[in-house]
Design a protein around this ligand. Structure first.
Ligand code: HEC
Length: 377
């Protein structure tokens, strides 16, 4: 009995040894089925074993190779974008044709493995993954941190007529933080004041300029969740007498949460308060949610992200009732690099009689880190 056991163990050990040494000698014939093997065979001749890119002399062209070990660059793109570039070649995202197409030479699984290996070059886990970044809703602030310019324009299409415009600048710093500046402009059709012949008519100008700080508290790629805190100071730069501003400093703390849902669905949530430095106007609480889904045109083309936002707010005072708005909308990527996008929305107040009107809104978004306005078309 003992002998049989020992014989059994011997055969097992010998078999394992034979299999392992055979795998070792097969070398180049081994199937490309690990991230490192695919990367070494297909990508490292240009991108280098360390992902920093080989020198111009080595690759024989002078297009600059990306540095995949630079986390600030390498964490922001979602996997499908890198998959598209490796499958179709650089031009599919407006990059140089010297980034070759591997769609014929490698299987889709192998391309995924190569991209998986590219992901390992950034070694700091603090950086939130680009896979957590979703399309931008018109009103709900995202939890993801961005380097962006967004120009927003809105118009009330019912009386009292008004237009609103806003330039937003966002810049990331560190792995998880972002600074933002909002410069609003407004135009209003003021109602005439009885007994004052020259009153009423259109007025316009700069509104209350805001400064904000955002920080990502939690970024979990495994569950597709991201949570951030936002602190904004709204300064009384707008003329309050003409309805262009609130006339006082307002502090706006908020939490923003993003959740990926299935392959291409997503949810954004934001809750916060507007707390004025003085008693008038009163404190307000708000909550916003946006549910959306991103469709890709063809396999690697333009993205279309229809969304529905639900917006609510309430004055913190006795007897106040909440206001609700619905905002159906869409975001469309405009160029092949996909760093310039258009958003279109309508905002519909759900309860009439609050002097709140139906509005149409549009934004033009430019992720300036990914290239200039004229790049990647
Ligand atoms: C013949 C050289 C060469 C090979 C081989 C090569 N690449 Fe590239 N790759 C480039 C160049 C050049 C660029 C930069 C293009 C640009 O910036 O316009 C690039 C860019 C990229 C980018 C775009 C990064 C960004 O800016 O968002 C990704 C992703 C990428 N390569 C992945 C791969 C993968 C994965 C492989 C292997 C399957 C691979 N590359 C093989 C030359 C190469």
């Amino acid at each position: 009995m003992r002998d049989t056991l020992w014989a059994g163990i011997f055969v097992l050990v010998a078999l394992t040894f034979a299999l392992v040494s055979q795998a070792g000698t097969e070398g180049a014939q081994r199937p490309l089925d690990t991230p490192l093997a695919v990367y070494t065979a297909a990508c490292s001749s240009c991108h280098g074993d360390d992902g920093r890119g080989r020198s111009r002399e080595r690759v024989g062209f002078d297009v600059e190779l990306p540095d995949f070990s630079d986390c600030s660059f390498a964490t922001r793109e979602p996997d499908p974008d890198w998959f598209a570039v490796a499958h179709q070649g650089g031009p599919v995202r407006g990059f140089d044709h010297r980034m070759p197409a591997f769609g014929e030479a490698l299987s889709e699984d192998q391309i995924e493995l190569a991209v998986e290996h590219v992901r390992t070059f950034c070694e700091e886990d603090l950086w939130p993954s680009g896979n957590l970044n979703q399309a931008r809703p018109m009103f709900t602030e995202k939890a993801f941190v961005e380097d962006e310019f967004v120009f927003t324009f809105g118009a009330a299409v019912q009386e009292p007529y008004a237009i609103d415009a806003e330039l937003l600048y966002e810049t990331r710093f560190g792995a998880r933080s972002q600074l933002e500046v909002v410069v609003p402009f407004a135009g209003l059709d003021l109602a005439p004041v009885p007994g004052e012949p020259d009153s009423g008519g259109w007025t316009g100008g700069i509104g209350d300029i805001a400064l904000g700080l955002k920080h990502v508290f939690l970024a979990a790629e495994s569950t597709g969740s991201i949570l951030s805190g936002i602190a904004e100071i709204i300064t009384p730069t707008g003329n309050a007498d003409r309805g262009l501003g609130k006339g006082v400093f307002v502090f706006e703390p908020a939490l923003a949460f993003g959740q990926g849902l299935g392959p291409a669905g997503f949810l954004h949530l934001q809750v916060g308060m507007e707390v004025p430095a003085e008693n008038d106007p009163g404190t307000e609480a708000f909550w916003r949610a946006a549910y959306g889904y991103t469709f890709t045109q063809g396999l690697f083309g333009r993205s279309w992200s229809p969304m529905l936002e639900v917006l609510g707010n309430i004055d913190i005072e006795e007897g106040a009732s909440p206001h609700w708005d619905l905002a159906p909308q869409i975001q469309i990527s405009l160029n092949t690099r996909q760093h310039i996008a258009l958003g279109l929305a309508t905002r519909i107040p759900l309860e009439p009689g609050h002097d709140r009107t139906i509005g149409v809104w549009a934004y033009l978004l430019w992720e300036w880190f990914d290239g200039g306005l004229g790049d990647g078309w």
